[in-house]
Design a protein around this ligand. Structure first.
Ligand SMILES: [Zn+2]
Length: 159
């Protein structure tokens, strides 16, 4: 897993056709929106607001980030929208009079399992606006971990 960013949203949008600007991958990532910048990897110190990944089974990571940004900036209505997390972010920004373009967006890419990565990141950061737990990974259920006896060889190697 590799962390990229974070980039101030304003900066990211201004550089959408700049080849030197890293961009969210098409698939297999987990994004984090925070109020402050972080280095190397996000922690509670960056005031994480929202984290998420791919929904459903489709390869839609970059597209989900686009959905998120659209709704963060207020492009949704009472009946229609793209991303509930983006709408929570918009409401938060409106309430505290924060410009959404001043928030930071970073992401983890090349995750060995994006579902498990999302669960681990959301559990670790406890972002302020995440209201429900990420979907459970169908491949690596928590109970499967418990079944595995810890041997000397495997001790400490579990992610
Ligand atoms: Zn998994």
């Amino acid at each position: 897993m590799k962390w990229v960013g974070p980039y101030r949203l304003r900066h990211l949008l201004e550089n959408s056709v700049n080849d030197k600007q890293p961009w969210p991958p098409e698939h297999n990532g987990v994004y984090v929106i925070s109020q402050k910048e972080w280095t190397e990897l996000p922690t509670a110190d960056c005031l994480p607001l929202y984290a998420g990944g791919t929904t459903g089974k489709s390869a839609r990571f970059c597209t989900r980030v686009g959905d998120l940004i659209a709704d963060m900036l207020g492009f949704f209505g009472k009946e229609t929208g793209h991303h509930s997390g983006g709408q929570h972010l918009y409401d938060f920004c409106e309430k505290y009079q924060i410009n959404p373009l001043d928030l930071f967006l970073g992401w983890a890419e090349q995750c060995s399992c994006f579902r498990c990565a999302e669960t681990s990141i959301v559990n670790n950061l406890a972002p302020r606006l995440n209201r429900k737990a990420p979907p459970q990974c169908p491949k690596h259920k928590a109970k499967d971990y418990k079944k595995k006896p810890l041997t000397t060889a495997s001790r400490g190697t579990r992610e």
